[in-house]
Design a protein around this ligand. Structure first.
Ligand SMILES: Cc1cc2nc3c(=O)[nH]c(=O)nc-3n(C[C@H](O)[C@H](O)[C@H](O)COP(=O)(O)OP(=O)(O)OC[C@H]3O[C@@H](n4cnc5c(N)ncnc54)[C@H](O)[C@@H]3O)c2cc1C
Length: 481
């Protein structure tokens, strides 16, 4: 009888357990250890009794690419197809995205005609910027996202558009993050084809796409979905995964059971010993699906070298403020807007949730508005008081409503709000990140321990990446076992 232990019940850990049960039947016991009171990790939704849903982490996923199709296939396997809320590419919330620059909301080009216009805040049309792109020199090694874009598309694009976009995706500073790790397709296009233009034209030499196709993936393609969520919020994805894992023979999801120590078994069996506060498990396979620093903290001193490496990955804190207004108070329709760091350090952007998923509005108030104001990230220190503490919840709500008032002209008061501090929630892939991951994996391989790393710390923080990387890890084990 073989036992697999998965540490962490976020999207990565639950998906790992699900795929172990599916592809590695020799593990008759699959135990998921979760330190907190609930599963899901950063995937977290609050459903109020009147039907209003607030998302505190991811709010929509993209259906495209291997990763996107894989998650949709999983959704179908979990029996959640009827809960899927698609956003079509023709919807305003898919087409319209804004930047807030020089105290103005600036729409980004969303049509062919838009590419030819000079739209503020830019001093030339996007087509002029793109026309020069193939003639810029190739980079040599990994570099920052900002430096890559400045080299290929010019300083204005890097300072405004990319700065804001990286704040929206990684809550991070594009001057510090690695283009190779954060945007692998862009890095590969330049490396393989010399320019983004040629890369887009001739296709990228990506690895073989092995995501299974299904009814839902075909629907997404045929109906041109831009993104999707679930009727009961994103958390229903991780809740369903946990139910599936725990409900399968030999599967168990233990809440409030943090792994406190993980070490090589002392009997020389090649297994690992996983300790919780109340139990010791002898594991034939261990999957770590937690932040790399958290893994470092449970390894023994004898693994100091690995501990040190795992501790090197920084992450940022994000304050998420969900707001609900009684009426439709948005001046525009769209996904939301982002702010470059030169405009405002504290506020990263505002998502217009009710525009994208009106189905998540409270039932007796279909015209209500739900917004999420994202704050902090790599600029978290700018939120702190002179004494170095985070302002209290009321102050943070005031900052969020003030941002909505100034940036969107919303004068009314919210009827409901919720503030969540997401500590160390988004790992920051700095220069050399890809080599760092390779180094870690080599060290683990050399140790011959049955330990595998998945999760947002390594190969992409997006939920689609987390789930697909879990599948790939298990598939590679299924091939060799
Ligand atoms: C505000 C915000 C917005 C986001 N928006 C998007 C989005 O729109 N789209 C998108 O794709 N992604 C988004 N993300 C990113 C995405 O949600 C995360 O990267 C992803 O959910 C990480 O999943 P994970 O399982 O790797 O890690 P986690 O979610 O961190 O899960 C790890 C789990 O391990 C547990 N744990 C920690 N230590 C231990 C221990 N010692 N023993 C046992 N358990 C332990 C934790 O409690 C946690 O439940 C967002 C993230 C945030 C914070």
């Amino acid at each position: 009888m073989s036992t697999a232990v998965v540490i962490g019940a976020g999207a990565s850990g639950l998906a790992s357990a699900f795929y172990i049960q599916k592809y590695l039947p020799k593990f008759s016991k699959v135990i998921v250890l979760e330190g907190s009171k609930q599963v899901g990790g950063w995937v977290s939704s609050t459903k109020h009794s009147d039907g209003c849903i607030f998302e505190h982490g991811p709010r929509s996923l993209r259906p495209v690419g291997e990763q996107g199709r894989n998650t949709l296939h999983l959704v179908e396997e979990l029996g959640l197809s009827h809960d899927v809320l698609p956003v079509f590419r023709s919807d305003a919330s898919a087409k319209n995205r804004y930047l807030y620059v020089k105290k103005k909301l600036c729409p980004l080009p969303n049509s062919l005609a838009g590419l030819f216009k000079t739209l503020p805040p830019f001093s030339k049309s996007l087509i002029r910027t793109l026309a020069m792109e193939p003639f810029h020199r190739r980079g040599k090694t990994d570099e920052s996202v900002h430096s890559f874009v400045r080299r290929r598309l010019g300083r204005e694009m890097a300072d405004i558009a990319i700065d804001a976009m990286v704040r929206g995706i990684f809550a991070g500073d594009c001057r510090k993050l690695s283009v190779q790790a954060c945007f692998p397709p862009l890095y590969k296009m330049e490396r393989d084809y010399g320019s983004l233009f040629a890369g887009a034209l001739f296709g990228s030499k990506g690895p073989k796409d092995d995501a299974e196709s299904s009814h839902l993936t075909r629907r997404a393609k045929n109906e041109a979905w831009a993104s999707w969520s679930l009727a009961n919020g994103m958390q229903s994805l991780t809740d369903s995964l946990a139910e599936s894992v725990g409900g399968s023979k030999g599967g168990e999801v233990r809440l409030e059971s943090p792994c406190v120590r993980l070490s090589p078994a002392s009997d020389g069996s090649g297994k690992m010993t996983v300790q919780t506060e109340s139990d010791t498990i002898n594991a034939d396979l261990v999957v770590s699906a937690i932040y790399s620093k958290d893994l470092a903290s449970v390894l023994p001193e004898s693994m100091e070298d690995l501990r040190e490496d795992l501790s090197a990955l920084p992450s940022v804190n994000v304050v998420v403020v969900n707001l609900e207004y009684k009426d439709n108070v948005l001046p525009v329709k769209g996904f939301g807007h982002l702010l470059p760091s030169s405009e405002n350090k504290q506020i990263l952007g505002i998502v217009y949730d009710s525009c994208t998923f009106p189905e998540h509005n409270r039932k007796n108030c279909p015209d209500s508005t739900r917004l999420t104001v994202m704050m902090g990230g790599a600029w978290y220190n700018h939120l702190l008081t002179r004494e170095g503490v985070l302002p209290d919840g009321n102050e943070l709500v005031w900052m969020a409503t003030d941002a909505a008032a100034k940036q969107l002209g919303i004068k009314s008061h919210p009827i409901r709000w919720q503030v969540t501090l997401q500590k160390e929630c988004i790992p920051q892939y700095q220069l050399g990140h890809v080599a760092w991951v390779q180094g870690l994996e080599e060290k683990i391989q050399q140790s011959k321990l049955p330990l595998h790393l998945v999760g947002a710390s390594y190969r992409g923080p997006a939920v689609n990446d987390c789930i697909n990387n879990a599948r790939k890890m298990v598939a590679s084990l299924a091939q060799i076992s």
